[in-house]
Design a binder for this molecule. Sequence first.
Ligand code: ATP
Ligand code: MG
Length: 394
Amino acid sequence: MAERLPDTDWTQRSDLAALVDALGAENVRWVGGAVRDTLLGLPVKDIDAATPLLPEDVIERCKAASIRTVPTGIDHGTITALLDESPVEVTTLRHDVSTDGRRATVAFASEWRDDAARRDFTINALYAAPHTLEILDYFGGLEDLAARRVRFIGDPHQRIREDHLRILRYYRFQARFGAALDEAAEDACAQLAPMMKGLSRERVAMELLAILALPDPAPTIARMRTRGVLPVILPETGTAQIAALERLVAAERSYGIAGDPITRLAALLPPVETIGESVAARLRLSRKHRDLLTCLARRQPEDGTAARALAYREGSECAIGRLALAGEDPRDLVEWEVPELPLKGGEIVEHGISGPDVSKLLRTVETRWIAENFPGRNRVEEILQEELSTRTKS
Ligand code: ATP
Ligand code: MG
């Protein structure tokens, strides 16, 4: 693999060049995902820089060059430079002083190699110099990247003991890039998996959802289950649920719809509302995700018939997810914009109706409108007239 980063759109960005000028080219190396993904020819999400300069110095030099900064994580050395195209995180070289499996105490370092050594995988510890685009590779990351090997820097056991979240990071990168499995890493993950119980649930949830957001997480999730890693964080998942995930991913593929991590999580759970609720609470999911997960958990085998009505009542995300989980075609719904009932309560009042009868009548019209597959305003007016005349008759 190349010893140099190929020139791509981001390496030619003028706002990055201004940052490099401000800090001095010798003080900047691009690092992590941006370097790894560019070497693989993949699009780059965000750009991280490493520097031997201390955070205060980074702030001062940026200020002198009229680059605005935010001290996002100044305690552990991270400054965000607000550049024209996107913010860039500039982090001072660090090495770990002590670790407890959940968080590390770090000290600033002056050697690139020290900074590289505390990173998780060899493919994540590649640095690229601005201008020359020359790669710094202390741990054989280029070779591993070419072979698509996700290899811990150093001893997997030790690296996982330092930070238990690395178990999930290992599977995430393995699902994304891995070709062959690394037996030593797989064994270490399996052995140390129970330690993940001590991690913050938000961090676990974020990593799990990041795995579930990948193009095809099913083989990795299946392996995580058989190796005893998944049961630590998702004991609800059995072989039937693994099969459900495989079917869901197959349905997404055949219908060309995007994979949704919450729908995939729903596949990994028995379709029982209380289970959806308890998993959402345990993983500290957002309200939106919790509602979606419980809605998906309420799925019934006969779903799919009244898909639009379901989308109207429960939101199209849930309806699309339920169809995909049932292996049915959700494309119609993906295109469909959920309409609003083209009738207001005020119009009913104008017909001399008052009190609770207004919302009652509104609901009756709505129910018929849904049953007739959401016709336009004219038909809704007709329905209203019909309902009004039955009222006067009775
Ligand atoms: P992504 O494309 O998923 O963002 P990334 O490599 O940028 O991939 P991040 O989680 O953004 O991953 O982290 C940035 C870099 O920080 C990683 O490439 C790695 O070098 C280092 N890193 C992040 N988390 C850890 C960790 N838990 N242990 C060691 N190094 C880590
Ligand atoms: Mg990143």
